[in-house]
Design a protein around this ligand. Structure first.
Ligand SMILES: Cc1cc2nc3c(=O)[nH]c(=O)nc-3n(C[C@H](O)[C@H](O)[C@H](O)COP(=O)(O)O)c2cc1C
Length: 345
């Protein structure tokens, strides 16, 4: 079973929280027959509304909204103090005498979920945790196709039981955060191809393969192994429409070999990015930093300042293992190139 009824080209442009996805990127992918998406988890309700409205001006085709399934945490003051202290080498290197406290730990997922039901994109996907069957039913009643993100077979079976329509099987090569929600994040080490094979075997629904898909040949390979589509993040990070800071894009395009590794130092959750001074300075204590989203919120002012100063060493340079194969061009052109490569025999 495939996705032809929703999007004819089996390419999902990965949701990327943090500003990479723009209405121009999402619309270019959907207009080319793929599925554009927004990583909307870190956006306010007003921003989500505005971006969806802008996207709907640019395309009448389906697109996807993606959210982190999360609650608002209530960390103890001493946990927060300890987190600030562990980050001291990083924030003091900016010349700061203290770390500015974030206004909130994260956006309110419950409110985002209600907005999602109101905005009714064709497709919604979720990561970091699982929805209840009742939540999935509410999405279905609103006519929304539901995709869960998994890193293990157990997670795939859990989403199947909750009523998901499809799964993203995210291999350890993937850029950004791991979606793991059952067991230790560090234990979910399957690469995209063995994960795809195991998940396709275990469930009765379409499986989307994510992780180190950079070319049409990679897409053909995943489709031949049973994927109904692929989800590509890093490949779209370097397009002209990507909203990431210029110095981040420069680092991505200068990458050779595989300069990425997993870290929990920046956000409190395992994520893959290009190693920089932030990751190196925090390496010895990364197991001790507060869990996501507290650490992510604590490092927000550092990353914002680094973006302002044009310093990639204190940004989060999220990227997948395939980063050296990323090709800079307009999104519409990348879609054209990928489709031509898929059709090469
Ligand atoms: C900068 C960045 C941010 C990401 N943010 C999200 C997100 O908000 N939600 C999500 O489900 N996946 C997120 N991902 C994962 C991508 O959607 C995609 O699955 C992944 O990048 C695929 O692996 P690749 O980078 O090797 O192509 C992110 C990836 C990157 C690189």
């Amino acid at each position: 079973m495939g996705f032809e009824a929703i999007f004819p080209v089996p390419i999902i442009q990965g949701p990327m929280a943090g500003g990479a996805n723009t209405p121009a990127m999402v619309a270019a992918v959907s207009n080319a027959g793929g599925l554009g998406s927004f990583g909307a988890s870190m956006l306010s309700l007003d921003t989500i509304r505005a971006q969806v409205a802008e996207t709907r001006r640019l395309t009448s085709r389906p697109f996807m909204l993606n959210f982190f399934v999360q609650g608002v945490p209530t960390p103890l003051p001493q946990e927060v103090d300890r987190g600030v202290d562990l980050l001291r080498p990083v924030w003091s290197s900016l010349g700061w005498s203290g770390l500015p406290m974030p206004a909130k730990w994260c956006e309110d997922f419950a409110a985002q979920f209600e907005l999602l039901l109101e905005l009714k994109p064709a497709v919604a996907s979720f990561t970091f945790d699982i929805l209840s069957a009742a939540q999935v039913k509410r999405l279905h009643d609103a006519g929304i196709f539901v995709i869960g993100t998994v890193t293990t077979v157990d997670e795939a079976l859990a989403w199947q039981a909750a009523g998901a329509d499809a799964l993203v099987a995210s291999g350890v090569e993937s850029g950004g955060h791991r979606g793991t929600f059952i067991g230790a994040q560090s234990a979910a080490t399957l690469e995209a191809i063995p994960l795809l094979a195991a998940v396709v075997d275990a469930v009765r629904m379409p499986v989307i393969s994510a992780g180190n898909v950079m070319t049409g040949a990679d897409i053909r390979e995943r489709l031949a192994l049973g994927a109904a589509a692929v989800q590509m993040g890093t490949a779209f990070l370097v397009t002209d429409e990507s909203g990431v800071p210029a110095v981040y894009k420069e680092r991505l395009l200068a990458a050779q070999g595989n300069p990425t590794r997993l870290t929990r130092a920046i956000s409190g959750r395992l994520a893959r990015g290009i190693e920089n001074r932030f990751m190196q300075q925090m390496a010895a204590v990364e197991a001790e930093v507060p869990a996501y989203p507290v650490q992510n919120a604590l490092t927000g002012s550092i990353r914002a300042e680094a973006a302002k100063r044009g310093d990639p060493e204190l940004l989060s340079l999220w990227a997948g293992t395939g980063v050296a194969r990323a090709r800079a061009m307009p999104t519409a052109k990348l879609m054209e190139v990928l489709i031509a490569e898929i059709n090469q025999t």
